[in-house]
Write a protein that binds this ligand. Structure first.
Ligand code: IMP
Length: 445
């Protein structure tokens, strides 16, 4: 059976911990989109693992798969695997032959384009990992796939076709000097070597058939979405988005299993009890209106550790944005929600959510289609009674009924507004600090 886990907001909802938790009953954990832009932190026995590419389930002895919808930087992949080996782990990671390869010129172009946009104040605030340029090449039918790395002739042919184009863009469009990222021979040597290592270590798979076989054998699969619904290239705050589909539809195109497989399972949306954003773009509930709000944001940021896993950037902070959740519930067809970070809001003197938006004199309850409209939305706030900071370990041990009443009211409000049951409530980063109300594996069995 399958459980798909998606971010409902702007990324960084705490998906890693949930994937890790549900991964306990899983045999295979599959990432279906994105690349090493996806920072995820997993805490296991007090040990913290910050990963950006390796699927988080792989640290618990599961098979981790990077699906065909992913973009893979082999350098990051091997760095992360080597670091895990050094810490005594031996993760089983497979990579789809159809996944696309991030090459050094993608990263260079990501940086160049961001700088050019920044001059007009229009930078996206990307992670600089070359994600967008790699997906551009995929759609432009000039990409290098992981499977190409194992065929030196094909790899050379592809590089000889594409690299001069990249050189021309760097030099003629941007007037900069191309460097090692455009050296075909050096790229060929380095990436053919990655291909050899992937093959030698038995990491290459045809993702769809591999997963179908595992499923037919009775294995449980987790599809691990990276990023979040509002940075989905189709359903997000375009153009302030990543270049893939983090939403549940991506789990089918990005793995080679059909929508009926994903739909036959559970789709759990991860919601952080407040909102954070890295990078540019609208954020109607952002706490940035003067000293008081900024102090509140900084308090939440510190307590929630809201600094980018990949980039270390401080994240922007806002109140929970409920129109975003309604949008995510529909786009992903959520069957359940995991509501995280309730502990971070414990002990505040005030608590609010953006219940709806006011846009051009109308009150709307979901996210408008354009970035310009979203930027003009004013939140219609709803105040909540704050809950105290309590002994969250004790609450987690006792279960849902032990939550402060005000926190339960908040949880039940989220359920009522999204029409989706809250399966789990997170009161701390460790796996043991999640209160489970419904086990999705029991629902799908
Ligand atoms: P890119 O994915 O590096 O192209 O960045 C595009 C946008 O997505 C930027 O606003 C990034 O900050 C955002 N983004 C990418 N990955 C993540 C993530 O894992 N968490 C949160 N935001 C992300």
């Amino acid at each position: 059976m399958t459980v798909t886990i998606v971010g409902t907001q702007l990324g960084d909802e705490g998906k890693g911990a949930l994937v890790d938790r549900y991964g306990g009953a899983a045999d295979v954990v599959v990432r279906y989109q994105g690349g090493d832009n996806a920072g995820h932190t997993v805490v296991e026995d007090g040990e913290e693992y910050a990963l950006s590419l390796v699927p988080s389930g792989a640290i618990r002895g599961k098979t981790g798969v990077l699906g065909n919808g992913c973009v893979v930087n082999p350098e990051t992949l091997f760095d992360e695997l080597d670091a895990l080996h050094d810490r005594g782990l031996d993760p089983d990671v497979r990579v789809a032959r159809r996944a696309h390869v991030i090459l050094p010129y993608h990263r260079r172009l990501d940086g160049i384009e961001e700088e050019a946009k920044a001059e007009d104040g229009e930078a996206i605030g990307t992670t600089g990992r070359g994600i967008g340029p790699t997906y551009e090449d995929k759609a432009g039918r000039r990409g290098v796939r992981v499977g190409d790395l194992t065929d030196p002739d094909v790899l050379r042919e592809k590089l000889e076709y594409v690299v001069p184009q990249k050189r021309a863009v760097i030099e003629e469009v941007y007037g900069l000097e191309a460097g090692a990222e455009c050296d075909v021979d050096a790229l060929h040597e380095q990436y053919a070597e990655y291909g050899r290592r992937l093959a030698d270590e038995g990491m290459l798979v045809d993702c769809g058939p591999f997963l179908a076989e595992r499923r037919a054998a009775g294995d449980n699969l987790v599809f691990e979405g990276a990023q979040g619904t509002l940075i989905d290239v189709d359903h997000g705050n375009y153009p302030f988005v990543t270049s893939s589909n983090p939403t549940a539809g991506g789990a089918t195109t990005g793995t080679g299993l059909g929508p009926t497989v994903v739909g036959d399972g559970e789709v759990v949306g991860v919601v952080k009890a407040y909102l954070s954003r890295v990078g540019s773009g609208a954020m109607p509930t952002e706490l940035d209106g003067g000293d008081h709000e900024e102090a509140l944001a900084s308090d939440i940021r510190e307590r929630g550790g809201e600094f980018g896993t990949v980039t270390g950037r401080p994240r922007r902070i806002g109140w929970l944005d409920v129109p975003v959740l309604r949008h995510a519930a529909r786009v992903n067809g959520l069957t359940g929600i995991s509501l995280n970070h309730l502990d971070v809001l414990g002990g505040l003197d005030e608590l609010a959510v953006g219940h709806a938006y006011e846009l051009d004199g109308d009150v709307i309850e979901t996210v408008p289609a354009t970035a310009e409209q979203w930027a003009r939305c004013e939140p219609v706030r709803r105040e909540f009674e704050p809950w105290p900071d309590v002994d969250w370990d004790a609450v987690a041990a006792e279960g849902y009924e032990a939550l402060p009443e005000a926190a339960k009211t908040y949880v039940e409000y989220v359920e009522a507004e999204t029409g989706v049951e809250v399966y789990a409530v997170g009161v701390g980063p460790d796996r043991a600090q999640t209160i489970e109300r419904v086990d999705p594996w029991e629902r799908v069995d």
